[in-house]
Design a protein around this ligand. Structure first.
Ligand code: E4P
Length: 217
């Protein structure tokens, strides 16, 4: 499973990249607002930190406007993935861009049928939003299993990129269901490292080692 960081915070991205476990980054207009940075500048910086796909989202809602914005965004770096919304215009844009060899992440997916449409439009990634589904009382994770089944039925190459991840359980469940990628806030990725028994066990090993009076090397 590939791990993407869902943030436009450069320090957080660098910290995760240093672990060697980061495969890409996703941003959206809300994350750009949160960063307080210029969209193009911060995207360029992110693309220099990771070789993996960096999603940059268009903000026009019509096909022509999306194509115009995609033209600007794809010039930022070779690893930019253009993020388009799951609308008719968004999928028209997806089809045009992927036919041209540009990576496209189709975002704001809330149903398996929408994911089927995105795959038919040649999407590189489909982003089903798990957490926002949970927020309205639908078990978002069920969507991941449904999309996996449909994509496997037809051998669609579109990668399932689990988005709106809010906790490590979302990641655990998505991995069991065979999602290709997940994108999560850095705090959630870091929480995956934690286990009280790891801390307790390590403290005991260090203490016993000190008691032996030995040194390695
Ligand atoms: C990423 O591609 C999505 O835009 C993001 O995961 C949405 O997350 P949120 O529902 O926590 O805003």
């Amino acid at each position: 499973m590939k791990f993407f960081a869902d943030t436009a915070d450069i320090d957080d991205i660098k910290e995760l990249a240093d672990t060697g476990l980061l495969d890409g980054v996703t941003t959206n207009p809300s994350l750009i607002k949160k960063s307080g940075r210029d969209f193009i500048e911060v995207t360029k910086e992110i693309c220099a930190i990771t070789d993996g796909p960096v999603s940059a989202e268009v903000v026009s809602t019509d096909h022509e406007g999306m194509m115009r914005e995609a033209e600007v965004l794809r010039k930022i770096a070779d690893n930019v993935a253009i993020k388009v919304p799951l609308t008719i215009d968004g999928l028209k844009t997806c089809k045009a861009l992927t036919s041209d060899g540009t990576m496209v992440n189709v975002t704001l997916c809330f149903s398996a049928n929408q994911a089927l449409l995105a795959a038919k439009a040649g999407a590189s990634f489909i982003s089903p939003f798990v957490g926002r589904h949970d927020d309205v009382g639908y078990p978002g994770i069920e969507l991941i299993g449904d999309i996996r089944l449909i994509y496997d039925n037809y051998d669609f190459p579109t990668e399932i990129l689990v988005a709106s991840v809010r906790n490590p359980i979302h990641i655990h469940d998505s991995a069991k269901l065979g999602a290709d990628v997940m994108t999560a806030p850095p705090s959630v990725i870091k929480a995956m490292f934690n286990h009280p028994l790891t801390d307790k066990g390590l403290a005991a090993f260090i203490k016993d080692w000190e008691d032996t009076g030995q040194k390695i090397g």
